[in-house]
Each structure stands twice: as structure tokens, then as C-alpha cells.
Design a protein around this ligand. Structure first.
Ligand code: SF4
Ligand code: SF4
Length: 129
């Protein structure tokens, strides 16, 4: 028992002088690593409205409304599991995966995005689901 206590005290003393293993997030922030899978972002001006991204999304986080020049894409961030399947499936690379990852919030309506082809914008939207 005495040996265990000595060992424990030795380990505790050693850790006092060690550099901490954790960082003081959110006061200190690290850049996400290269190829980090964050949020998908639609480059809506490229999109041809084929609907493939919506079909492959395992959690139905993407809705395609309209076709071609008229297409709108709705992306439901709160459903997304950040698998990047949508971006990999888009043949014309109209979806970029960005390093953004801080999405926590209390308001679900702020977790829906509409990409409007006519206006070429991304906007937050309250979506009736
Ligand atoms: S983003 Fe790509 S896969 Fe999705 S509808 Fe547009 S062109 Fe098709
Ligand atoms: S990253 Fe995955 S879960 Fe999120 S929208 Fe794309 S396919 Fe769906």
C-alpha cells in the first residue's frame, strides 16, 4: 500500500511541472487540421440542380427546390453529421467543405440555410419541416 501511495505522490508531483495536455478553449483556438470536415457550403452559382447531393445525404439534411437556373438549396445544419458525402458526390464541385465547426446554439431556426440561385446568396432561414 505504501509503495502505491509513493508512486501516486510521485506521479502527482511530476504532473505539476508538465505542460497541460488540454488548451483553454474557447480563449485559445487552434486552426482545424488540413482536410477537416466542417460544414458544407454550396457554391450555388455552379449548381445545376441535379439533386444528387440530397439523394446521397444519409440524414436528409439537403432539400433541392426547383431546377437549373431556378434551383434553391436548403441545408439543415442541425441534421448534418459532417460526413462530406454531398461534396464528394457533386460532380461539378459545387459544394465546398469549410473548416467552420462552432455551431452550438439555442435557436434551431438559425441552423437552416437557403442558397438562392437567383440571388446567389446564402441566408439563414426559418424552415417549416
Ligand atoms: S450541389 Fe452538386 S450534386 Fe447538389 S444539386 Fe447542385 S450540382 Fe447537383
Ligand atoms: S455533410 Fe453529410 S450529412 Fe451533412 S449535408 Fe452533406 S451528406 Fe448530408
Amino acid at each position: 500500500m505504501g509503495v502505491v501511495k509513493t508512486q501516486f505522490a510521485f506521479e502527482a508531483l511530476k504532473s505539476i511541472f508538465k505542460k497541460p495536455s488540454t488548451e483553454e478553449y474557447p480563449h485559445k483556438r487552434r486552426e482545424p487540421p488540413k482536410d477537416f470536415r466542417g460544414r458544407p457550403v454550396w457554391l450555388i452559382e455552379k449548381c445545376v440542380g441535379c439533386g444528387l447531393c440530397a439523394r446521397v445525404c444519409p440524414v436528409k439534411a439537403i432539400k433541392i427546390i426547383g431546377r437549373g437556373k431556378e434551383v434553391n438549396v436548403t441545408y439543415l445544419l442541425d441534421r448534418c453529421i459532417f460526413c462530406a458525402q454531398c461534396a464528394e458526390s457533386c460532380n461539378i464541385r459545387a459544394i465546398a467543405i469549410v473548416g467552420e465547426f462552432e455551431f452550438a446554439g439555442y435557436d434551431k431556426s438559425k441552423m437552416s440555410y437557403i442558397y438562392d440561385k437567383k440571388q446567389l446568396v446564402e441566408k439563414e432561414a426559418e424552415i417549416a419541416r
